[in-house]
Design a protein around this ligand. Structure first.
Ligand code: BTN
Length: 242
């Protein structure tokens, strides 16, 4: 890849590209360091879940070092989700976003994002933005899909990666200049969760609510059946659309 922003490392197989990228970040790797693998032995998802990573999928993690407070790191999820949505839409795939970090097609999961932040006393020291996209092969799990399944033809992973990276780079540079608002406007438009009845699973059990809006650090505004409203945070809950 001929791009001075990215510094690419590739391995055919790793435990998790996020773990690899975090090691590199802790040893001082600069912003733009990108690690890519063909398969992961221990791919990780949000909230301690595993991410099934057969060959055929796209698995990468990118180190970013924005000057933002750690509590704004979820903005990088909004940014990455919006970029994935734009790229996959341009390929005419019927995708939408499910809050906070899923790209879904016809209700099935096509891609996921795991942002992990390292903080220092002065703020965020790095963020690792991990992306998994089910590209080729059958859906890796029930409830998932792949681009090949949707289009009925195998895809060039290198081209998809290049498109996604181009979009992330442009989106990130715009974010550094203009903040999250323009991204958030696109995220809201692409987000199928908004306006829907949902079930929230948290540490105190489950609750029904309606999803109203996404706030500018990635939190979701919901309205409970008694009319009360509250913000929920992605690291505390899972969500099912009813
Ligand atoms: C989720 O939907 O829960 C997030 C899934 C994120 C998966 C990607 S694959 C590349 C990177 N490395 C990991 O171990 N996880 C992320």
């Amino acid at each position: 890849m001929d791009d001075s922003f990215f510094n690419l490392y590739y391995r055919p197989e790793v435990d998790s590209t996020n773990e690899w990228a975090k090691e590199l970040a802790r040893s001082g790797a600069p912003e733009g360091t990108l690690v890519v693998a063909d398969t992961q032995r221990a791919g990780r998802g949000r909230r301690g879940r595993t991410w099934s990573s057969p060959r055929g999928g796209l698995y990468f993690s990118l180190i970013l070092r924005p000057s933002i407070p750690p509590e704004l790191a979820p903005q990088l999820v909004l940014l990455t989700a919006t970029c994935l949505h734009r790229v996959l839409r341009r390929r005419h795939l019927p995708v939408s976003l499910k809050w906070p970090n899923d790209v879904v097609a016809r209700g099935d999961k096509l891609a996921g994002i795991l942002v992990e932040a390292g903080s220092a006393s002065r703020g965020l020291s790095f963020a690792v933005v991990g992306v998994g996209v089910n590209v080729n092969g059958p859906p890796p799990l029930e409830g998932a899909t792949s681009i090949e399944t949707i289009t009925a033809s195998p895809q060039r992973k290198d081209q998809i990666l290049q498109d996604i990276l181009g979009e992330i780079k442009a989106g990130y540079l715009a974010y550094l200049k203009e903040g999250i608002e323009p991204i958030l406007a696109d995220y809201r438009q692409g987000c199928t969760t908004l306006g829907r009845e949902v079930v929230i699973f948290g540490s105190h059990g489950k609750a029904k609510a309606k999803a109203i809006d996404v706030g500018n650090s990635g939190e979701l505004l919901v309205e409970y059946p008694d009319g009360c409203r509250g913000w929920i945070h992605a690291d505390e809950v899972s969500l099912r659309i009813r």
